[in-house]
Design a protein around this ligand. Structure first.
Ligand code: NAD
Length: 532
């Protein structure tokens, strides 16, 4: 694949699976990804991999895993450093392709490629650390050490909303730690995946260390990859996607006594307390609720507002949401673009009835944008894109389904509370626990919120979205199984600790047994007392 100019991609990218370092022609059918801003634009045609092809990729990965693990970590990291350079020099081209294939605004797409660059830069230096420990032994002439060892073949399955950043969070540390990867990217973004894999090839990754198998999820490539856990060909699964699929993967891995990395859905609370800077809070709420058209795992689902400031928040949020610029995601000034796919659009359409049946009121009645039903300032192709205006429910109670279920679209709920205690209770009242935010000027309220919120991530006076490459990312409850991506914390997900003891005594030494406990002065008295 050649990168000529930023517009230098063929109008339709035809990709193959990439196995063992070469394109692998597939026997089965193919599928197309279409530009969600213009469904006539076929972005990529990719193979719908068969079970045999996925199994073949895993068998090949098993064969190569020892040779990659033998490359010293600083050597593995050099490939990652070259990847960082390549990502940087192709940032604009890749960002434009991300926007074309999955529809996030170009400014956000650039940010998501930057996140992959940051991740690659962080881990290129981690190759010179990947520290273990030296530990004192209780016995003489004996040394104890710990080492991080790779797990083996990692099956990576990712969602399409962050098609470069999220795969980079997984693939980069997994490879740095000496694992090999078989990646099943989202069927929404096979072209982005092929370009990302091509950058790895150009960075000098040895053949077969990363393979890519394309296809859908249920009863196709994703499921075939998960089956390889039972077959003994995948040693670890790293998954980002919905809670339902994550639960299924957790079951398969659990019965094989494996620990998967599961990064799942969210219904994230953003709390606005009575003393908050309201303008700042509404800025954060708009970005958290409607950025990427609400299609982020960290999107705000419930805006929890103190009664005393609810009228102001309600008024400002509705006014500013009405004024959001929706349309062509290549436009530098749009606030949000289309739904990534028809499935997300339909789910969002159906959510309206859920809220209304619950008894919630529509402060803004978001609608699909069609040629006949457009809004002021809209700048997309209404007949060919999956666009919608913002939906805001008010008078929402946390017991309602609409407050509990993730929607993944431009919609948010207003929930009224009285004071910090009630706000924290409401914020913790969903089964999810991914991200959260609180807006307040009161240092003690910040402290309480940080201590008592159940989410894996929390922001003070900033929105629920916005990860950084060197901070742990992940959730609790239905949002994940407690593993974390990013920073040094992710190393635990892709390595196993090995404990090593080296005995130089020249005779058999037995820990615990060879050591006498005579030093305890109480022991003698105790013997006398008990007559022992
Ligand atoms: P999804 O679970 O349907 O799909 C995610 C990936 O899993 C895709 O590659 C898909 O093909 C594959 N898949 C689907 N069914 C499968 C199966 N039965 N077996 C194996 N693989 C299967 O998710 P989605 O609806 O496409 O994406 C949106 C979800 O992802 C939301 O819930 C969102 O919150 C979540 N997400 C989470 C994070 C995070 O880091 N926590 C990040 C992005 C998205």
């Amino acid at each position: 694949m050649q990168y000529k100019t930023q517009q230098g991609f063929p109008s339709t990218l035809v990709v193959e699976n990439w196995i063992g370092g070469s394109p692998a022609p597939a026997a089965g059918e193919s599928f197309a990804s279409r530009n969600p801003a213009d469904r006539d634009d076929v972005v990529t045609i990719a193979p719908a991999s068969t079970g045999q092809e996925v199994q073949g990729a895993c068998e090949q990965a098993q064969q190569i895993k020892r040779s990659w693990a033998r490359v010293p970590a600083p050597g593995r990291a050099k490939v990652i450093a070259r990847l960082a350079q390549l990502l940087r020099s192709h940032k604009e081209a890749l960002a434009r392709f991300v926007t074309r294939e999955m529809g996030k605004p170009i400014r956000e797409a650039r940010g998501s490629v930057q996140e992959a660059i940051d991740t690659a830069e962080f881990f290129s230096s981690e190759g010179r650390r990947l520290y273990g420990q030296t530990v004192p032994s209780e016995l003489p002439d004996k040394e104890l050490f710990t080492y991080r060892r790779p797990i083996g073949v990692v099956g990576v399955i990712t969602a399409g909303n962050f098609p470069v950043a999220v795969p980079s969070w997984k693939i980069i540390p997994a490879l740095l730690c000496g694992n090999v990867v078989v990646w099943k990217p989202s069927d929404d973004t096979p072209g982005v995946a092929a370009l990302f894999a091509d950058l790895w090839r150009r960075a000098g990754l040895p053949d077969g260390v990363l393979s890519v198998v394309h296809g859908g999820g249920a009863d196709s490539a994703g499921e075939y990859l998960v089956r390889q856990v039972d077959a003994g060909l995948v040693d670890k699964v790293s998954f980002t996607g919905s809670t339902a699929v994550g639960r299924m993967i957790g079951g398969v891995c659990g019965r094989n006594l494996q620990t998967p990395s599961l990064e799942l859905g969210g219904k994230n609370p953003l709390v606005i307390l009575a003393d908050a800077d309201i303008e700042l809070a509404v800025d954060g709420a708009l970005w958290a609720a409607f950025g990427t058209a609400g299609q982020r795992c960290t999107s705000a689902g419930n805006i929890i507002v103190d009664r005393r400031v609810m009228p102001t928040v309600r008024e400002q949020l509705a006014t500013r949401a009405r004024a959001l610029r929706i349309g062509d995601p290549m436009d530098e000034d749009v606030d949000y673009g289309p739904f990534i796919n028809q499935r997300f659009l339909e789910h969002w359409l159906a959510q309206r009835a859920v809220g209304v049946e619950d008894g919630a009121a529509l402060l803004l009645d978001g609608k699909r944008i069609t040629p006949k039903d457009q809004v002021a300032g809209f700048c997309g192709k209404a007949d060919r894109g999956y666009y919608a205006t913002p939906r805001i429910f008010e008078h929402v109670r946390m017991s309602m389904q609409v407050a509990q279920q993730e929607c993944f679209g431009p919609t948010v709920n207003l929930v009224q509370v009285e004071g910090l205690e009630e706000a924290i209770t409401a914020a913790n009242a969903t089964p999810y626990g991914l991200s959260s935010a609180v807006y307040t000027r009161d240092a003690k309220a910040m402290l309480r919120f940080k201590e008592e919120i159940g989410a894996g991530m929390t922001s003070v006076n900033n929105s629920t979205t916005g990860a950084e490459a060197h901070l742990p990312f992940g959730g609790n409850g239905w949002s994940g199984n407690g593993t974390r991506e990013s920073g040094i914390w992710v190393l635990d997900a892709y390595t196993r600790w090995q404990a090593v003891n080296v005995d130089l005594a020249g005779k058999l030494q037995k820990a615990q047994i060879d050591l006498s406990d005579d030093a305890d002065p109480e022991a003698a008295d105790w013997a006398a007392l008990t007559g022992a």
